[in-house]
Design a protein around this ligand. Structure first.
Ligand code: NAD
Length: 421
């Protein structure tokens, strides 16, 4: 290795940037975090975490080990490596919104110096790193692959996952040139256990979108099957358990009230949008989107039918929603399908009560949901409890035994008063 990259600046200190900061600091690198949000920077420097995977004590330990956060981009002037971990959302037209990536690249451009390594980690369409990011960086007068190294490395962080973390999850890395790949592989080898080089940046960009699209399509497959299984009198959950006993050629996916989070509902759009520029559609993604988007309305129709069996209308019924975040045991409610469930229930006149051990407040279209903290009171006083998310804090047997009626969108409960998706 010609160069030992020890001075790191991470741009974007969220769910992806902070775990990278943490692991690099633990491995002894000198790490500065750059973010445009003053509140985030001040919080981190004061030892406060705003992501689930790091506690306040973890952040305080990082600061004690030398990490600092800043809004001052001059920290890039002495950096060996800059890694971009900023958001890649969709715009109003559901098209890729690369504004944060462009802004971060421009920040680096203003401090780019020969010999630097720049890595993009934000999920994006193939051609971003060697397209807009490269163009912005080269406005400095330096040439990518010659004066500085450029690579893409998709983040695979899975917030809340107790087994797989940044360090033990293999990291895919693709550079603009093979020398860029080698440099980026050597850099990440200091931080993670296994680095997988790809042919170039586009293959690394596509690998991430393939992973997310694979999940998206397979979740939509079981969501569609859940709807007709009910009508065919089949318990799909049991069928999935049976199918997954096959030791090869099958990976289990489970239906639910819809897809949520920063990745599954958003990232495949980056690919489908790019495919549309070729003059045709990425039909699997568009179909998956259509199917999973309908799930919240389907869940509400099942709740309506269930209340009907008790001669109750949704209008005026007290509906308790259990678990509002998009995945278990985290506090992230971005793109959670619970919002659409609330919208449909509100439209039918339900009185909605929410409970989530990870959320103190939950807003839908600017209107707060009535959040309760005493679960037992809420279970006994509701007309129906709807399990949207299986946080491990929930004692599901107790929920089934206490609520008068339960709709379980996660296939985890049994009982005469329980109906499953
Ligand atoms: N959250 C996940 O589970 C996950 C997993 C894999 C990949 N990703 C991808 O990683 C990327 C980042 O996602 P995230 O969840 O960490 O987002 P996040 O919103 O948690 O954090 C992003 C941070 O970037 C900051 N930021 C915005 N513009 C900036 C700029 N110009 N310069 C510096 N900082 C800036 C924001 O203030 C914020 O603190 C996205 O592309 C996402 O798709 C996320």
């Amino acid at each position: 290795m010609s160069h030992l990259d020890r001075q790191l600046v991470v741009l974007g200190l969220g769910y992806v940037g902070l775990p990278l900061v943490a692991e690099a600091t633990r491995q002894g690198l000198s790490v500065v975090g750059f973010d445009v949000k003053t509140s985030i920077v001040e919080g981190l420097n004061a030892g406060r975490s705003h992501v689930d995977d790091l506690s306040d004590a973890d952040v305080a330990a990082l600061v004690a080990a030398g990490f600092c956060a800043t809004t001052d981009p001059s920290c890039l002037a002495t950096a060996d490596v800059a890694v971009i971990c900023v958001p890649t959302p969709l715009d109003d037209q559901k098209a890729p919104d690369l504004r944060a990536v462009r802004a971060a690249a421009a920040t680096i451009r203003d401090h780019l110096h020969p010999g630097m390594l720049v890595v993009l980690e934000s999920t994006t369409y193939p051609g971003t790193t060697d397209g807009p990011v490269r163009e912005i960086l080269e406005e400095s007068g330096l040439v990518a692959g010659v004066d500085f190294a450029l690579a893409f490395s998709p983040e695979r962080i899975d917030p809340g996952n107790p087994v797989w973390n940044l360090r033990n999850t293999p990291k895919v890395v693709g550079g603009l040139t093979s020398a860029c790949t080698d440099r980026a592989v050597s850099f990440y080898a200091q931080i993670v256990e296994k680095v997988i080089p790809t042919l170039g940046c586009r293959e690394a960009e596509m690998a991430k979108l393939l992973e997310n699209t694979y999940r998206h399509v397979n979740i939509a497959l079981v969501n569609e099957m859940a709807v007709f299984s009910k009508e065919l009198g089949v318990d799909l959950w049991e069928a999935i358990e049976a199918a997954r006993t096959k030791p090869f050629g099958f990976a289990a996916f489970y239906p639910g009230p819809g897809v949520g989070g920063h990745c599954i509902p958003i990232d495949p759009n980056y690919l489908s949008h790019q495919v549309r520029t070729l003059g045709y559609q990425f039909r699997f993604v568009e179909l998956a989107q259509e199917i999973s988007t309908r799930m919240p309305a389907y869940v509400v129709s099942r709740v309506q039918n269930l209340l009907n069996t008790r001669r109750k209308a949704v209008n005026g019924a007290r509906v308790l929603l259990l678990g509002l975040t998009y995945k278990p045991d985290i506090s992230d409610d971005r793109e959670t399908p619970a919002r659409d469930v609330v919208r449909h229930l509100r439209g039918l006149g339900a009185h909605i009560v929410g409970h989530d051990p990870h959320l103190a407040a939950f807003d839908v279209d600017g209107e707060p949901v009535d959040m309760v903290s005493n679960l037992d009171d809420a279970l006994t006083s509701c007309d129906i409890a709807v399990l949207l998310q299986t946080h491990s804090a929930y004692d599901l047997e107790h929920v089934a035994a206490t609520a008068p009626l339960v709709f379980d969108t996660r296939g985890r409960m049994v009982g005469d008063n329980v109906d499953r998706l």
